[in-house]
Design a protein around this ligand. Structure first.
Ligand SMILES: N[C@@H](Cc1c[nH]c[nH+]1)C(=O)O
Length: 416
């Protein structure tokens, strides 16, 4: 996260923050329209919480702190885990089986390859409720809808499944160390090295071919489904493929099929995922700007069975993508109105400022003797000088008193 320090010579920090604030507002508004409510969790988490549960962030990437009693804590390395725990603990007191929450929170991880990027803001949603094609598709639709709101015309959500690959690996009896290598080869779609790597493992040819085919299963969902049918080896795999087909069918009913592709070689960072997984991509940005998936077994660790699915946008990357594509709206008026006044009119001008602020307008005032008029961008300028007038788009309109000025603003609907 960039520090937002106010620099007197240039207000770029303030402007950056406004762009960021607008972005966050857009996301929040959209999340709200799908029934989600905002929550917040603690920045400090017990280290034991993360070290004792499986499927969490790599321990070496967590930032540890020691509190005054000597207890080791971590700065929140993930949001999904504490929210899942919170939902499990609250389960008895809840009257509904569906919980929809969203958040805008910082996560702290120090990855080896990105040492200087310890703090990232995530804006995401978590849906706790039944695992159905409709619930999966609705969460995907929310991600798509939000990307549309932000103005991205060319984006794609890649959809995969955490189970398909796990199933093949289980059959191949691959050891954990070998699995890590294989995962990174598949993630980078390094097909040239996958073949010799698998040959060395002495697994049967059919299985080897199936694993090798996984990273190539990418693109138009209907094509991918046809290819995937060829590597189905048992009922579990059949069910997984059927699940993907069912979700795709609901996405078609949402008329969102153009926004998705299938990527069966997709591997997400977190290994709590148990079902459908997905990532969002926009043009010219090599990394996913959103990540998510289904994690039905995470709450087992808190002795509850609560199926869940969610995703998170990474705000810094989104901002970078928006400015790269010219979608970040800068140079917006910083206030609604600037009031300039001569000192002899100070009393009237300050009263007008008070009344206008009461009416909800953003106002700054300057005595004419001290100002540099171009300093502040505003929609309107009001002058309490020899003449008393409001200036809007080079049009000068006189007014008798502030009440008339407010009427003028409201009747004319000059402010959007
Ligand atoms: N917590 C995940 C994203 C996510 C939210 N919900 C489900 N998955 C991440 O940081 O990558």
């Amino acid at each position: 996260m960039q520090p937002y320090i106010i620099d007197n010579s240039q207000d770029t920090s303030v402007e950056d923050f406004q762009v960021r604030d607008n972005l966050v507002r857009t996301l929040k508004n959209r999340f709200t329209t799908y029934g989600y409510k905002q929550i917040q969790t603690s920045t400090f988490e017990s280290y034991d919480l993360y070290s004792s549960i499986s499927g969490t962030v790599n321990k070496d990437e967590m930032i540890k702190v020691v509190d005054t009693s000597g207890k080791v804590m971590v700065l929140r390395p993930d949001v999904t885990i504490p929210i899942s725990r919170m939902t499990a603990l609250n389960k008895q007191s809840r009257s509904t089986n569906n919980t929809r929450v969203f958040y805008v929170m910082d996560v702290f991880r120090q990855a080896f390859e990105q040492e200087d990027q310890k703090e990232k803001t995530q804006a995401g949603i978590e849906y706790f409720g039944e695992n159905t094609p409709q619930s999966n598709a609705e969460v995907l639709m929310l991600a798509i809808h939000t990307l549309k709101d932000l103005g991205f015309s060319n984006f794609k959500i890649e959809i995969g499944h955490a189970g398909l690959f796990k199933e093949l690996v289980k059959q191949a009896l691959i050891q954990p160390e070998e699995l890590d290598v294989l995962l990174s080869l598949i993630q980078s779609k390094n097909t040239a090295e996958i073949e010799p790597f698998l040959k060395n493992l002495a697994i049967d040819t059919d299985l080897q071919e199936a694993i090798q085919a996984i990273p190539l299963m990418y693109g138009d969902p209907l094509n991918v489904i046809q290819q995937a049918k060829k590597i189905i080896r048992n009922e579990e795999m059949q069910a997984i493929l059927q699940n993907l087909i069912d979700v795709y069918d609901v996405l078609k009913d949402f008329q969102a099929e153009d926004s998705v592709v299938f990527n069966l070689g997709l591997i997400n960072n977190m290994n709590y995922y148990s079902g459908i997984i997905f990532q969002g991509f926009v043009d010219n940005i090599g990394k996913p700007i959103l990540m998510g998936g289904r994690y039905d077994n995470l709450s087992d660790q808190y002795n509850e069975q609560i199926p869940a699915i969610g995703f998170a946008f990474e705000i810094e990357l989104l901002l970078h993508a928006l400015s790269q594509q010219g979608l970040a709206q800068r140079k917006q008026p910083s206030v609604d109105m600037v009031i300039y006044y001569e000192l002899t009119r100070q009393k009237d001008a300050l009263y007008a400022a008070y009344r206008l602020r009461e009416a909800g307008y953003q106002i700054v005032t300057f005595p004419t003797s001290t100002i540099h008029p171009e300093d502040t961008r505003s929609l309107f300028t009001v002058r309490y000088e020899a003449k008393q007038q409001v200036v809007y788009q080079n049009q000068e309109v006189p007014f008798v008193d502030v009440e008339e000025l407010i009427d003028l603003l409201q009747e004319e609907r000059l402010l959007s």
